[in-house]
Write a protein that binds this ligand. Structure first.
Ligand code: ADP
Length: 251
């Protein structure tokens, strides 16, 4: 019986190790993500952030134990509970001449299987999700004709339309100007605080993670830190990482 304020475990990773051939990227990693968390995955480029995300989503098979919503990943079927906004979503999808509504509907097909048609309820959900990200005036526009910031909102709507409990985002603001970034993170904050959607955000940008997330895991091939954002500032790896991050900013 769970105690009153015990938070549901959304993702649990135990002793996770992963290699590409002989190249070990993650070694004995442990992580728990609870309902309502806003977890930052921080680390330099090549540190293993995308690899970790792909392992969580079952796209890569790692050694160790993975539980999603309390279930072993090998038995887990409720993939619509997890929304994913990949780093390359924008580059890939915008080359097709499809409308905003069609992009968002894909999130619904993923839920039902591609051979089922969308019914009135599905169409209502598509519109609601576009409203949530303030893109409901753009339904019939081609995705390729929108600004990068607007495209990102549409990809969030596509993740939302499956009614996920957690959304995983991999470097979602690469190549986006600061003002658009701020609006984007305000939207994520709203989803986390008002709709209690658990967020997992990978970024090499320490400023963003410090400002937005409540907990973080810092990985640079191995886990350098895992815990609260406040605790990270006192941790020995903080100053190293901070310097690294500043170098990137100056470039
Ligand atoms: P990050 O997301 O932090 O930039 P990645 O998880 O993408 O890091 O990559 C971690 C390391 O694994 C890098 O050294 C990268 O070159 C390597 N790597 C990533 N994908 C592959 C792959 N498909 N095959 C071989 N090595 C890979």
């Amino acid at each position: 019986m769970p105690i009153a304020n015990h938070k549901e475990n959304i993702i649990e990773l135990k002793n996770i190790s992963f290699s590409y051939g002989d190249d070990t990227v993650l070694n004995n990693l442990n992580l728990e993500v609870h309902k309502g968390d806003y977890l930052g995955i921080i680390g330099p480029n090549g540190g293993g952030k995308t690899t970790l995300i792909k392992i969580m989503l079952g796209l890569l098979h790692a050694r160790g134990e993975i539980r999603l919503f309390g279930k072993d990943i090998r038995e887990f079927r409720e993939w619509s509970k997890i929304g994913y906004v990949s780093q390359r979503a924008i580059q890939i999808d915008t080359s097709f001449p499809i409308t905003v509504t069609e992009v968002v509907s894909m999130g619904r097909y993923a839920m039902k299987g591609i051979f089922r048609f969308l019914n009135a309820e599905d169409r209502k959900k598509v519109l609601e999700s576009l409203r949530e990200v303030e893109m409901d005036g753009y339904q019939n526009r081609l995705i390729g004709d929108l600004s990068t910031g607007q495209q990102q909102r549409v990809f969030i709507a596509r993740a939302l339309v499956g009614e996920p409990e957690v959304i995983v985002l991999d470097e979602p603001t690469v190549g986006v100007d600061l003002k658009t970034q701020e609006q984007f993170y305000a939207l994520l904050r709203k989803l986390n605080r008002e709709k209690d959607i658990t967020l997992i955000l990978a970024s090499h940008d320490l400023d963003v993670i410090e400002r937005e997330a409540t907990g973080l895991i810092c990985i640079n091939r191995s886990v350098a830190y895992c815990g609260s954002v406040k605790g990270f500032r006192m941790h020995e790896s903080y100053s190293d990482f901070y310097k690294e991050s500043m170098k990137i900013h100056h470039h």
